[in-house]
Design a protein around this ligand. Structure first.
Ligand SMILES: Nc1ncnc2c1[nH]c(=O)n2[C@H]1C[C@H](O)[C@@H](COP(=O)(O)OP(=O)(O)OP(=O)(O)O)O1
Length: 158
């Protein structure tokens, strides 16, 4: 699978924008915004494009803060394996819109809907919320849902 980006817009009051995925792999999970890199794109361009497609928000590349680098493995479906560059975004233009792909909603960081998110998220997102940067390998079990193994490190720079 191609590399991916995952972006979390953060409001001045600390609330995070998540989107409930409306179709495809991971449908109905709350997630950051992102997806697979397209031919000829770099990661920042991918993050800006995916955010626009999924929320209507317009970001500048220089406003994307790289906070994580994660290697996602699916033990029974290696075609789903991907690396993900994770960004926080604190400034943008435009207003949030529901799109074909995502139903967006702002969440208090202390009350993220982890039960309806990817299973690794409840471990690495709190690290980011503590202003830590994170690198790691997240391995999903054969059901592509539960965790088989989690290896996460705090790092100074991604
Ligand atoms: N938090 C988390 N943990 C593990 N895996 C993921 C996440 N968030 C994610 O988005 N993902 C996975 C789910 C998918 O395998 C990829 C993202 O790809 P996708 O959303 O399908 O990418 P698009 O390029 O938007 O694809 P189309 O839907 O347009 O085909 O990461």
């Amino acid at each position: 699978m191609r590399p991916t980006t995952l972006c979390f817009p953060v409001r001045p009051d600390g609330k995070l924008l998540l989107g409930r995925k409306k179709r495809g792999f991971g449908v109905s999970k709350w997630n950051g915004f992102g997806g697979k890199i397209e031919a000829g794109e770099n990661f920042l361009q991918c993050a800006v494009r995916e955010l626009r497609e999924e929320t209507g928000l317009i970001a500048k590349e220089e406003d994307l803060e790289l906070v994580g680098f994660l290697d996602f493995h699916f033990s029974a479906s290696s075609e789903l394996d991907h690396i993900g560059f994770v960004y926080f975004l604190r400034q943008w233009q435009g207003t949030v819109q529901e799109t074909e792909e995502m139903e967006p909603q702002w969440f208090d960081p202390a009350a993220l809907p982890y039960d309806e998110m990817w299973k690794g998220d409840r471990t690495w997102i709190p690290m980011l919320l503590k202003k830590e940067k994170v690198k790691g390998i997240i391995t999903f079990a054969e059901d592509n849902e539960n965790l088989q193994h989690l290896e996460l490190y705090r790092i100074d720079n991604v």
